[in-house]
Design a binder for this molecule. Structure first.
Ligand SMILES: Nc1ncnc2c1ncn2[C@@H]1O[C@H](COP(=O)(O)OP(=O)(O)OP(=O)(O)O)[C@@H](O)[C@H]1O
Length: 548
């Protein structure tokens, strides 16, 4: 054990059963064998057998040996047990113990904090084990030590404070993470605060709340980075400075779509464990501009038409709580509005996959990894994002009548729609999936809306088109002439096609609004651009679920 290179193996007991633990610094993992009873009855019998000498053969028969191995990166803390077990029995047998707390995968992307106590007779040996594990934990440099936490006490079921105090704070304290906690007093409190606070002393910012609260924290952090780097957010083609601080999401809102799409489950304990072990997930961010004025950033869905109308109507019915989305969705479906306008976009390189791919973006996704390398190279050369790469495709212009124009920056999976609006969308490839739903019958639109129940290609409908793009512009028909930026080549191209002839279009002659991650935008004519891997989260993407 003195030599860090040699595996530390010694006589230890796990949960009262004689076993051996192994700590191998070469392959950083703590492994131990544990005898598991086959059944409840087996347990009693095996206990008897355990005491009887010479029956080892039968013992192993009743007690199949189970091997556990926990990577050091998933160990949360090691605690000496002498403090806790200072009982008479403990001292009588003069045993020493330490407990290892670790993150254990449960079902359906859920993680739990588990613990195993190792006992041994030799105090020195026990001490050596604790020190060896602590030393390896110190080498985990990606783990946060000091965090800034914002709690929205009014998000979702107004349980943010309780969720943090009861489920998250004890885990942070176990992992020796210190925090500065701010319970917000008004909307935009967190966003404004992030422009003032000294960020250098923190390793991350935690949002306790829903998607709106996350959006606030993200806007604060991105805005602060641009301010510190003297970058004008109103310039749509300005390369943005990436955020180095990771954001953690403790879900405590109504929908928590961003947490679900990056972790696979809305569970505060799982999210807290991802934060503690210092997971990292890059994420793309879309900037939305109108006529050289910055409007908002978006990370999940930008929806015009159906999703914009649902938002507009649901805002009137806030008193209904989350049910308002179902109510407004039904009303909007019945109203069956369509909108006329022009979409202009540049398709992304084919190497970045297609929205119709069968495979989804999972933890360690190779398409996102490919983009990480490109982004790193660009940033080394002092370019902040991946826009305008030489191999980007030609501009395409589509003019028509649309039921919905949806831009998915991620799958937009949520518990109600587990596959999401665009199942194959990537979290960090620097692309958006642009879904155009053309004017169609109610029945067809319903077929599109329930598409997530379909196992095959969700876009295999004649009135649905889907493109993987890096940037797009939209102008609703009756505001086409508002576009005045003639310097921009793309907009010139766009204006040539939209010649302003609006006679007898037959559409609603009213604009829908853009639903930007659940919030309304003030303008219908927008320019959207994706910024590859602009922010980082304490997450690791969706892992393959080995325990369905
Ligand atoms: N103290 C506060 N008082 C009022 N509003 C607040 C406060 N703190 C934050 N907010 C605002 O509340 C809005 C909604 O919060 P949040 O996203 O946490 O809950 P939600 O809307 O129920 O969940 P979701 O967005 O997942 O549906 C956010 O836009 C945020 O800016």
């Amino acid at each position: 054990m003195e030599s860090a290179r040699r595996p530390l193996v010694s006589q230890l007991w796990v949960k009262n059963r004689r076993n051996e633990a192994v700590l191998d610094p070469e392959r950083p993992a703590l492994s131990w064998k544990e005898l598991q009873p086959k059944s409840g009855r087996g347990l009693c019998l095996a206990r008897v057998l355990h005491r009887a000498r010479g029956l080892i053969g039968r013992l192993t028969e009743q007690y199949p040996s189970v091997c556990h191995s926990v990577p050091i990166s998933e160990i949360i803390a090691v605690e000496t047990e002498q403090k806790r077990y200072n009982s008479d029995t403990w001292q009588k047998f003069n045993h020493h113990a330490f407990t290892v707390h670790y993150a254990q995968r449960a079902q359906k992307h859920c993680w739990r904090c588990s613990a195993v106590t190792f006992w041994c007779k030799d105090e020195e040996l026990c001490h050596q084990w604790i020190q060896a594990i602590k030393k390896l934990l110190e080498l985990q440099t990606s783990r946060p030590k000091h965090l800034l936490v914002y709690i929205n006490p009014y998000g979702g079921k107004q349980q943010g404070k309780q969720i943090y105090e009861q489920k998250v704070a004890p885990l942070f304290s176990l992992a020796s993470i210190t925090t500065d906690v701010i319970v917000t007093e008004r909307a935009n409190h967190a966003k404004d605060d992030l422009f003032e606070v000294n960020l250098e002393k923190y390793d991350g910012v935690i949002s306790v709340g829903g998607d709106g609260m996350f959006s606030e924290v993200m806007h604060g952090l991105i805005g602060r980075m641009q301010k510190d780097s003297s970058i004008d957010q109103n310039n749509p083609s300005a390369p943005l400075a990436p955020c180095n601080l990771r954001i953690g999401i403790i879900p405590a809102g109504s929908t928590d779509c961003i947490c679900y799409a990056t972790v696979g489950i809305n569970d505060p304990v799982t999210s807290a464990l991802h934060i503690i072990i210092g997971d990292l997930q890059h994420m793309d961010v879309c900037s939305v501009h109108h006529n050289n004025t910055f409007l908002k950033y978006s990370v999940s869905l930008l929806g015009y038409g159906f999703y914009g109308d649902v938002l507009k109507d649901s805002e009137k019915n806030r008193w209904m709580g989350p049910t308002r989305y179902d109510f407004s969705g039904f009303k909007t479906f019945l109203s069956h509005h369509y909108y006329e306008g022009t979409v202009s976009f540049q398709q992304a390189n084919q190497t970045l996959g297609s929205p119709r791919d069968k495979s989804t973006c999972q933890s360690g996704c190779y398409i996102c990894k490919q983009s990480t390398q490109e982004v790193e190279e660009k940033r080394k050369r002092h370019h902040y994002n991946l826009e305008e790469t030489e191999d980007d495709g030609d501009w395409k212009v589509i003019r028509g009548k649309f039921m919905a124009i949806n831009a998915a920056n991620m799958s937009c999976a949520c518990p109600r729609s587990p596959k999401g609006l665009s199942p194959a969308a990537h979290l960090a490839a620097g692309t958006i999936d642009l879904i155009l739903v053309r004017r169609c019958s109610r029945l067809n639109f319903l077929r599109h809306l329930v598409r997530h129940k379909n196992q095959d290609d969700q876009f295999d409908l004649a009135f649905v088109e889907v493109y993987r793009v890096k940037t797009f512009l939209f102008t609703p028909k009756h505001s086409e002439n508002e576009d005045t930026d003639n310097k921009d080549v793309r907009k010139k191209h766009f204006n040539q096609i939209c010649n302003g002839n609006h006679s007898s279009c037959g559409c609603n002659h009213v604009n829908s609004i853009w639903n930007c991650d659940g919030e309304a935008l003030d303008h219908a004519a927008v320019e959207v651009r994706v910024h590859c891997q602009l922010i980082k989260l304490f997450a690791r993407g969706i892992e393959e679920d080995s325990k369905p």
